[in-house]
Design a protein. Structure first.
Length: 343
């Protein structure tokens, strides 16, 4: 068992998650002009479709970007399978796609090979990356540095939040959604507030848990995936993230008395479906933890598109406390490294 003698609250995970607000403020300051020019370019010469390229937490951010671009701009978005190029060495046909690559390190060989092939096939490449000196950054037609600063914890927190918020900024400037642009400028302060919210009920409910479902929908689906990953990484807890629609297609059959369910419900119609699913689980005897204004886990009112970002910020603080309560050091998950270079 890892040494957990370090005082709780001193972990890199806690410190870095608490830097998410300033990190995104830096992103906006650095990239506002670039985002404006990129939006103009994409409106003048719209891509035929969009492809995202990412792994791990960055791929969860890409799920959020998919919902944003498809709902705000009506363009289909697909997720690249990096093994197509790194394992099968496929060359793509000429394409008018926009490729959005997202990474903390920008050094994973399979991502680099995917971006290289798409670029060679004529795709316009936008890169969101934390390491501006990385090979991925050098391949960008438009570079959007995350500006999150050094992130030493294996569990990505501020880089994920800056990625997801950065995708919201890209979609907002591209679609000329002024209400969303304005809401994004209020987000850094809201992230500070969200991190201070008390999610102790989650820590108490999951202290001895072995399995759980995490449920969301729409813009909130990405943070269910991210939360499930973080509970595996930091808490040794098997968690699965589902759409509240998909969970009804079989997975809910294993829910029984006391089975934990964490539900992220936004204020839009997709959140209504999450609340309905949460109620169905409660009727089956599940231990439901609902994150919404009337739930056990408090949330901030915000633009519906941005509410999942605030929820995952609150979740990070609770997950760090949960790791300690389960006898684990959140900064030292077994068998993992900060940079995973998949091929």
């Amino acid at each position: 068992m890892p040494d957990v003698s370090v005082e709780q609250g001193c972990s890199a995970m806690r410190r870095e998650a608490g830097e998410s607000g300033p990190s995104f403020a830096r992103f906006l300051d650095r990239n506002a002009d670039t985002l404006r020019r990129l939006g103009e370019r994409l409106r003048a010469d719209p891509p035929a479709f969009v492809v995202t390229c990412a792994r791990g937490s960055s791929d969860h951010a890409a799920t959020y970007g998919k919902y944003l671009i498809e709902t705000l701009l009506g363009l289909p978005v697909a997720s690249a399978a990096p093994s197509v190029t790194s394992v099968f060495a496929t060359e793509f046909q000429q394409t008018g796609a926009l490729l959005i690559a997202i990474s903390q390190s920008g050094r994973s060989p399979d991502l680099l090979s995917t971006v290289e092939r798409y670029k060679r096939a004529g795709a316009y490449v936008v890169v969101l990356v934390n390491d501006e000196t990385s090979p991925l950054a050098a391949m960008a037609d438009t570079l959007l540095p995350l500006c999150a600063g050094a992130e030493t914890s294996v569990a990505a927190t501020k880089s994920f939040i800056t990625s997801i918020a950065g995708l919201a900024a890209l979609a907002a400037y591209w679609s000329e959604d002024e209400a969303l642009v304005e809401a994004l400028h209020a987000l850094p302060a809201q992230l500070e507030q969200a991190y201070a919210l008390d999610w102790t009920p989650m820590v108490e409910a999951l202290a001895d848990a072995r399995n759980l479902f995490i449920v969301g929908r729409g813009y909130g689906l990405s943070v269910t995936q991210e939360a499930a990953l973080k509970l595996k990484e930091t808490c040794g807890l098997h968690a699965e993230g589902f759409s509240s629609a998909e969970v009804r297609h079989g997975p809910m059959a294993i829910v029984h008395n006391g089975f934990p369910v964490l539900a992220f419900a936004t204020s839009d119609r997709s959140g209504d479906d999450v609340r309905q699913a949460a109620a169905e689980f409660a009727e089956r005897g599940a231990h439901v933890l609902l994150a919404d204004p009337s739930g056990r886990l408090p949330v901030l009112a915000a633009h519906a598109v941005l509410e999942p970002i605030l929820m995952i910020q609150s979740f990070y603080g609770a997950a760090e406390k949960l790791a300690w309560s389960r006898g684990l050091d959140p900064d030292q998950p077994p068998f993992l490294r900060k940079v995973t270079e998949t091929r």
